[in-house]
Design a protein around this ligand. Sequence first.
Ligand SMILES: [Ca+2]
Ligand SMILES: [Ca+2]
Ligand SMILES: [Ca+2]
Ligand SMILES: [Zn+2]
Length: 351
Amino acid sequence: MSRSIRAPRLALAAVGAVVTASGLAATPALAAPGANTTSATGQIFMVNPVQSSGNEGLTDGKDAASAVPASAYTTVALRNLDGSGNLSGRWAVVRSETGAPAFSTTGDFRFTRDADQFEQVMAYFWVNEAQEYLQGLGFGSELPGANDKPQNVRINQWGSDNSFFTDKKNEIRFGKGGVDDAEDAEVVVHEYGHAVHEAQVPGFGTSEEAGAIGEAWGDYLGVEVGLAADARYGWPRLTPEPCVADWDSTGYTSGTPHCLRRLDTGKVYGDKVGEVHADGEIWSNALWDIRQALGARVADRIIVNAQFSFAPDTSFSAAAKTTVATARTMYGDQAAETVRRAFAARQIPGL
Ligand SMILES: [Ca+2]
Ligand SMILES: [Ca+2]
Ligand SMILES: [Ca+2]
Ligand SMILES: [Zn+2]
């Protein structure tokens, strides 16, 4: 099964076809002996250039470096690298197919967006950041690990403007087209959300509602990890918090603010249309409301911990009840009632 960032505008079958194209994979550069370092610096976007600048007028400009001002970039430590000189480490292993693999024996991974290596660095940094966020919530120590292993990431396979996670290879793939998908951290972390779900419940997402929960969780995690990073590093955040993929969506949305989706649409159960990304906005709105009521840390510990107990083909109703029960076990009746109200506000049956 593949789970993409949005409803494909190309034929659905094409997504499956990509999986078989993996034989085209380029082998990553071999590690050079000697002077490699695990201490490295990368250049990235502060989530994405629209979110950090508030400039909704930014456009892709055919991947031109000049389309995005230098002020949208920052340099960061790339943590947990394995010292091979590749973007390979404890929580992420990045491979590329269209461009040269980023490789440095001196730990210098500073590129601009016109270079293929830029998206490789974005993918490495943001997957690592997302797992560090989950570790910070206690997953992998006090609580069970949630995908606490090296995540395979492949950049630019197939050249399409979509990204997806495939459980066949436990791999995230990022396409190009419009804004290159891995230029937007919320797209990177959305896909990582699918990998987290798969690690928590193998095969998760076999019913339409379970699929929608998967999309919702990816959107929510993408926003959450970005907001946590904004706070951690002191970056500006000048677009609405609930807006997903402010930068990638400039390529296919006309109104502003540009958002692929949002976490605060007000959609309720009766608004279901049978498409997982659209219907995910019902579930993600509930997650967002839980966060608003309980704070990010408590909300996310409940949300992620509950997901371990979701059936692969769960319904909204069953998953909501599991989340309420998890809140009760972890934080008591008052927290459970807060969670119940958030799902009831979405008119999810049985709450
Ligand atoms: Ca690019
Ligand atoms: Ca794109
Ligand atoms: Ca955003
Ligand atoms: Zn998705």
